[in-house]
Design a protein around this ligand. Structure first.
Ligand SMILES: Nc1ncnc2c1ncn2[C@@H]1O[C@H](COP(=O)(O)OP(=O)(O)OP(=O)(O)O)[C@@H](O)[C@H]1O
Length: 306
């Protein structure tokens, strides 16, 4: 697949402080890419530089082959941006907000109606177009912002925590729209999120920590590399279970009322346990979560307050 975002040896300093330290990564066209990191890792600095808002210190950042430093207008025409803080005008209707954006992007008058219909259909808000933005729910406002970010038909859509603060059902809806944009329109989505289960849906993930990219791969590969499945076993004969686990060199930790056992090779573990099946009272095998991946890589949860 062709990369649509290319970041090579990007460094950003604030005075003497190195916020982003010589990072390189690419994002494939038509993919959903999650950019993750704990607080202060350098995510906003990178996104703002890609969106032509901040100036880089050094390196090369290209979007659709255009340089974010020397071809700002071309880059701006190729990207849509939805930031965390709403910039919609609450006193205007959905339609008026979109029309205003068409003016900013110099969209020819005769195309405006067609584009409004197109983007509002994508986020299922066509019937609501005459509603005042101030009267909409949080989830609907987010959908309007996504529609607005698409009005100039960008190739890449940047979404900074698109579902933060929304209830689980609304979050699921926003994800439907995000995946629809990718599948039906081949729009590349570059997003940040602190919901690990959302990162798992993405095609690729990059984790930034302390200004460095510390992991960059598919969710599957990262899980495989950084997590282990665990079995939670209860028994009526603790002594014999310990003897058995030790004999077959299965690592375990004794907890109150159960044993936590390494279950990387589930078949082998089950075969071993079958030797004592009368004593085993319960077995539960848990897959590693993406949260485990994040903690393993960064040593932190995604949010200090999480
Ligand atoms: N204008 C600035 N001047 C000095 N330091 C800054 C400035 N902006 C950001 N920083 C520092 O650069 C580092 C990276 O900040 P950045 O905002 O990119 O992180 P982030 O990953 O987006 O964090 P968060 O998730 O908290 O938004 C942090 O240590 C931050 O304090």
């Amino acid at each position: 697949m062709k990369p649509i975002i290319e970041v090579r040896n990007f460094t950003k300093k604030y005075g003497n402080f190195i916020a982003v330290d010589d990072i390189s990564f690419t994002v494939d066209e038509g993919s959903v890419f999650a950019f993750l990191g704990p607080n202060g890792a350098g995510k906003s600095t990178t996104i703002n530089t890609l969106c032509t808002i901040f100036e880089k210190t050094s390196g090369t950042l290209l979007i659709d082959g255009k340089d974010v430093t020397t071809q700002k207008n071309d880059v701006r025409a190729s990207i849509g941006v939805v930031f965390q803080d709403s910039t919609l005008d609450a006193k205007m209707t959905i339609e008026e907000n979109l029309k205003m954006h068409c003016v900013f992007y110099n969209i020819p008058k005769k195309e405006v109606e067609e584009r409004i219909q197109f983007v509002l259909t994508l986020v299922d808000l066509l019937k609501e177009r005459k509603k005042l933005v101030g009267a909409l729910s949080g989830g609907m406002k987010r959908r309007v912002e996504i529609a607005r970010g698409l009005i100039h038909y960008p190739k890449v859509l940047f979404l900074d925590e698109p579902t933060t603060g929304l209830d689980p059902q609304t979050r699921a809806h926003i994800w439907e729209y995000i995946l629809r944009l990718q599948k039906e329109r081949n729009i590349t989505i570059f997003l940040t999120t602190h919901y690990m289960e959302e990162a798992e849906i993405c095609n690729k993930i990059a984790v930034i920590d302390g200004g460095k990219i510390v992991a960059h791969d598919t969710p599957y590969a990262l899980k495989k590399k950084f997590t282990k499945d665990k079995a939670y076993i209860s028994t009526s004969n603790e002594y014999e279970l310990e003897q058995l686990l030790e004999k077959y060199q299965l690592e375990y930790v004794k907890k109150k009322g159960y044993y936590k056992v390494d279950a990387e090779n589930t078949n082998h573990l089950l075969q071993v346990l079958s030797l004592q099946k009368e004593a085993i009272t319960d077995i539960e095998i848990k897959k590693g979560t993406f949260n485990d991946v994040f903690i393993e890589i960064t040593g932190k949860t995604i949010r200090e307050d999480a």
